[in-house]
Design a protein around this ligand. Structure first.
Ligand SMILES: C[S@@+](CC[C@H](N)C(=O)[O-])C[C@H]1O[C@@H](n2cnc3c(N)ncnc32)[C@H](O)[C@@H]1O
Length: 214
């Protein structure tokens, strides 16, 4: 498990737009992801709100979709290159977003109840170990104010499957394990939509969820 965790970490820590561009690799899913954010997440965001984006990559969703509707966005990602790109773009275009590099698998000391809303799009699939996943969810939810909304996207299924291919590893969790990690931290599931239309043979698919912290 630890070896797979390190494979996943090394894969993502060395990414930049030249070797992984979600907008191109999964173009249709990315378009739907943005649509779902606009339809189901943005309506909860007010001009004086803050949003935390975990696994923000190059900040595309934060800068383009979220930042026009809120006071500021804070994004965190393990890849220094993604974070440099995100900050350069935000500064050059005067966008109210700030991004920093951090390995979220190492417990991060977020202040509690400080962000109005949170999002983690595709992050938790990269976290192989279930104990680390659960701790991350607890810290993430604790950082969001009661009543705040959390947008999630990940590949989940009817069985848990840890996938490894060359230098890539991912954990496709049981959908109930995934959602229960949030429900056990005082969240309510508000909305569930399938993001990619296709399912694998063992019924794994990309899903979008909205939860609310009670
Ligand atoms: C599947 S990508 C999704 C990117 C983006 N949120 C999106 O939807 O386009 C997963 C992101 O999580 C980041 N990530 C993976 N493991 C991480 C870790 N341990 N700490 C922080 N970020 C991590 C990766 O670098 C990558 O940007």
């Amino acid at each position: 498990m630890e070896e797979l965790e390190n494979i996943s970490k090394e894969f993502w820590a060395s990414r930049d737009n030249d070797n992984w561009d979600y907008t191109k690799t999964f173009r249709n899913r990315f378009i739907r992801q943005k649509q779902f954010l606009y339809y189901f997440f943005v309506p909860h965001i007010h001009a004086n709100h803050s949003v935390l984006d975990l696994g923000c990559s190059n900040g595309l969703c934060s800068s383009f979709v979220i930042s026009p509707y809120c006071k500021y966005v804070e994004g965190i990602d393990i890849s220094p290159k993604f974070i440099n790109e995100a900050n350069e773009y935000a500064q050059a275009h005067n966008i109210n977003a700030h991004f920093k590099t951090y390995d979220l698998a190492k417990a991060i000391d977020f202040k509690q109840n400080v962000y109005d809303h949170g999002m983690a799009l595709g992050l938790f699939t990269c976290i192989i170990d279930n104990q680390i996943f659960k701790k991350m969810v607890a810290l993430f939810v604790a950082a969001i104010k009661p009543g705040g909304y959390i947008a999630l996207k990940d590949s989940v299924g009817e069985n848990e499957r840890v996938h490894q291919h060359d230098n890539y590893a991912a954990n496709y969790r049981l959908k109930s394990t995934y959602i229960n990690a949030f429900i056990n931290n005082n969240c309510e599931l508000i909305l569930e939509r399938q993001l990619g239309l296709e399912l694998t043979e063992d019924h794994i698919g990309s899903y979008f969820f909205i939860l609310q912290k009670k």
